[in-house]
Design a protein around this ligand. Sequence first.
Ligand code: FAD
Length: 489
Amino acid sequence: MIYDVVIIGGGVTGCCIARTLSKFDLNIALLEKEADIASGTTKANSGVVHAGYASPREYLKRDMCITGNKMYTQAVEELNFSFQRIGSFVVALEDNQIKKLEEERRQGTQDGVPGLEVILDKKKIKYMEPNLTDEVVGVLHAPSAGIVSPYGMTIALAENAAMNGVKFFRNQKVRRIKHQNYTFTIKTKKEEFKAQNIINAAGVYGAKISKLVGLDYFNIMPRKGEYILFDRNAMHLNKILFPTPTKVSKGILVCPTVSGNTFVGPNAQNISDKKDIATTAAGLKEILDGGMNLVPKLPVRSSIRNFAGLRAVPDTYDFIIDNTDVYGFINVVGILSPGLTSCYAIAERVVEFLELLGVNTKVKEDYNPNRPKPERFNEFTKKELDDKIKKDPTWGRIICRCETIPEREILNAIHSPVGATTLDGIKFRCRPGMGRCQGGFCRPRVIEILSRELNISYEEVVKMGEDTNFLVAKTKDVVLNKMRGDIEE
Ligand SMILES: Cc1cc2nc3c(=O)[nH]c(=O)nc-3n(C[C@H](O)[C@H](O)[C@H](O)COP(=O)(O)OP(=O)(O)OC[C@H]3O[C@@H](n4cnc5c(N)ncnc54)[C@H](O)[C@@H]3O)c2cc1C
């Protein structure tokens, strides 16, 4: 079969495009090289839905961010992912920074960012965010900024796209593309796909995919950002806190997550290895020092995880969204920050490009924009829970004690559209392993459930893809084999 559109890359960009296109009468496939969607930059970022005043005015990403932010309201209603419009502060610690905040406010307001306000009343600032340093002299308040679970939203997008007919193929690394008679032949390690149009949304590997069709007009360099995540009970922040920005980055922020944790990060290091997501002692010190400038009482002893993500930085420093010289090949690459915020606006731009290519964009009659809200143990009343457990005892079998996740939520994560097949897939869909013990207690039980439901052995259950299995053999077998070996020797 020849697909109308094949999307390469299952991050937030690819999945949002897939979901947006799923309303049209088209055959669409999404190819992702990893074992799950949201495995690249999309799983490790700040999760901030930016207000949109921060990028330079001449950049496309500013426009996309301002529009994208507004599109979240409808998206949340339809897709039921966690999102909170809590507002952000850009914090001035010196009088001479106020001028910068005033300028951001003026330009942002002109460009349509709602509600921007510079607040100089220290009492009011501290009332709005008591954790902020006493050194604060003023803040730029952006009430439209919010926080989102980046992988939670991406999973919701993918599920809704799949409900509307998009086919998801994971573990399919695109290696070669041939273009002949207006048809692309896409070769992965395992299969061959044919498509009339390709959308390249391959993140840090975007230039590599573009080169497969002979388009070599940009480079993408990874820029690493490290984070420290704190336990949920350690601190409660009301606002997203940014320092006054520098030329390279928005700076090290202190921010709450939709699950109630606090984190500090990211820094910005240009690197060359696109697989390097290791954290470093120097990097962690840098972000702690940076964070403490804003929140001196960061709960350092309650840190539960460090992680890093890679920004896909193009040589233009701006999003590259192009209907290219290769007919039917659209680049959607260099989607650095604020790509998460901008995804809905980016997807609409892709629709415009497809229309120019003559692709049918008539909305199909049976399109359903709604993705049901996943049922959560923690959100039921006691009575509701009792009834649930009576009907289905897996609601009462708690697997993750830190986050109170019952077996039923894990089963639902496995059997949902684009369901979880790995430990991380379960963790990102319903949180076992996200709590204080980081999976120490629940991991063996989740392995057991995955093995049973997917009908694979314990040894075949992986954390996140090839060669990430936790178990290699039964301890007894290893000992016996060793003894046999010793005897034979
Ligand atoms: C430190 C940091 C902080 C950030 N903070 C924010 C923020 O607060 N707000 C915001 O709006 N944005 C933020 N961003 C930016 C945001 O995270 C990105 O814009 C967004 O995640 C990019 O998504 P993507 O889908 O383009 O890329 P990715 O998520 O990287 O997805 C690309 C996908 O393509 C797949 N792929 C690659 N090669 C192939 C191949 N050959 N075959 C098949 N599949 C392939 C990859 O496996 C990957 O899953 C931040 C980024 C970083 C790194």
